[in-house]
Design a protein around this ligand. Structure first.
Ligand code: FAD
Length: 413
């Protein structure tokens, strides 16, 4: 049986942040994950607090009363200072991320809806709708998941101060007929493709227009691609997240995975955590399954960053109960048997939304009576109970802050 200082379960934002921080501090870290997490699907802007329930413009100002109103929220275990530290850490590790908790950006979605978010890749920052007056929305006819006319229409209707118009380019990466965001992002890594874009677009832009692209401005060197386009077009340029796959998320995943590798950490994918062995209140080994092989890994600490219901860290059973899949930790907040779990309206508050693993102030899992389950297990990210990330616009903020704090808990001991 191999032995590690820390085993992190999950390779999403929470797991990667915890693993990188720990490995850089000298811990021997193994990350096991059954697959890639939400990074490859979500915009990977760090939404710390966007609604509470009114729109939040200044997260740092709103957080103290927000936490008072919501005891048991994961941010309570971290505190506003902890979130600020985590954001600073991310900005140091993912150069190009900008913004702070002082003031949210208001960035457009692919439907032109203004979306509050705190910390974003530099390639998106010029999309702040408070500063924009005229926007040319560029799309590509072969990119089916991003519609510039729909987006421009949404912008005009929802932010009347912005004059928006679509421009569709008929440029297809060589040899492809139907291309995803990732296909275009790979094309933007190629200087010849960028030159074609500049040639086709340059003369169609009007004075003062900001130029919105789908978030496909390169996979490997987006900041350089974006800077080059701004220079050659002579206009402010920004990216708007597309439907999945999410190129900005893939970039962030790469940056953090590379940092982990450099720090000596190991990631093993297609490995499912299925249970733990323990001695008293300490877990001594994690049981994992990879294909048909079952293995055990010893660890001093386990960080469960398994992504909640969306990534299989939590499962709802047909009888209405819920299960934490990696260690069988207690799940709280699940509606009682027979009670509705979901509301009919998509954007309504769903009874099951706050279900998850409850933790103490040190991110250790708690049982139904409020007692600690294990001394050396910490929980981070979307598996945590007590929050509504989709309504609050806090998903990546919670994963970043609790992943960072989980590493801090281990290092503090
Ligand atoms: C399409 C989409 C759009 C989103 N948009 C936004 C947004 O605009 N703003 C926002 O704030 N949030 C958004 N979110 C939510 C946000 O992305 C997530 O809350 C956050 O990224 C979760 O990160 P995580 O690290 O906690 O979990 P995840 O990224 O889900 O990672 C979980 C990891 O755990 C692994 N895992 C699970 N169970 C096991 C097991 N038993 N054994 C081994 N591995 C396991 C998974 O394979 C995965 O690697 C969006 C999510 C999606 C899917």
């Amino acid at each position: 049986m191999s032995h590690h200082d820390v085993i992190v379960i999950g390779v999403g934002l929470a797991g990667l942040v915890a693993a990188v921080r720990l490995a850089e501090a000298g811990a021997r870290v193994l990350v096991v994950a059954k697959g890639i997490g939400a990074t490859h699907l979500s915009p990977c802007t760090i939404d710390v607090l966007g609604y509470a329930p009114e729109r939040v413009d200044h997260p740092l100002e709103r957080l103290p009363s927000f936490l008072q109103e919501r005891p048991g929220h994961p941010y309570g275990a971290v505190g506003a200072e902890g979130i600020v530290d985590a954001v600073d850490w991310l900005k140091a590790h993912a150069p190009g991320y900008s913004g702070s908790l002082e003031r949210n950006f208001l960035l457009p979605t692919a439907l032109g809806v203004p979306r509050p978010t705190a910390v974003v890749p530099a390639t998106m920052a010029h999309g702040d709708l408070r500063a924009a007056d005229a926007v040319a929305v560029v799309g590509f006819s072969a990119l089916k998941d991003f519609h510039p006319a729909l987006l421009a229409d949404g912008l005009r209707r929802l932010t009347p101060a912005v004059e928006a118009r679509p421009i569709e380019l008929d440029l297809v990466p060589a040899g492809r007929a139907d291309v995803s965001s990732l296909g275009y992002a790979r094309a933007f890594d190629d200087p010849d493709f960028r030159a074609r874009v500049v040639t086709h677009l340059g003369l169609r832009l009007r004075a003062r227009e900001r130029v919105a692209f789908p978030a496909v401005l390169g996979v490997t060197a987006a900041d350089a691609v974006w800077t080059e386009l701004e220079g050659r077009l002579g206009h402010a340029v920004f990216e708007i997240p597309t439907l999945p796959p999410s190129v900005p998320g893939i970039r962030l995943h790469r940056v953090l995975s590379d940092a982990l590798r450099r720090a000596g950490g190991t990631v093993r994918l297609n490995v499912v955590a299925t249970g733990a062995e323990h001695a008293g209140s300490r877990v001594t080994a994690l049981r994992v399954r990879s294909g048909l092989r079952v293995q055990r890994h010893g660890a001093d600490w386990i960080v469960v960053a398994s992504g909640g219901f969306a990534s299989g860290g939590l499962e709802l059973r047909p009888d209405g109960s819920a299960r934490e899949t990696a260690l069988g930790l207690p799940v709280t907040g699940v509606p009682s048997h027979g009670a509705p779990r979901f509301a009919p309206e998509y954007f309504a508050r769903h009874p099951v939304d706050q279900a998850g693993v409850a933790v103490d102030g040190g991110l250790r899992p708690l049982d139904g009576a409020g007692g600690r389950v294990y001394e050396n297990v910490l929980v981070a990210g979307a598996t945590l109970a007590g929050c509504e990330p989709w309504r609050e616009k806090s998903g990546d903020g919670i994963s970043l802050a609790t992943g960072y704090a989980a590493a801090g808990e281990v290092l503090g001991r």
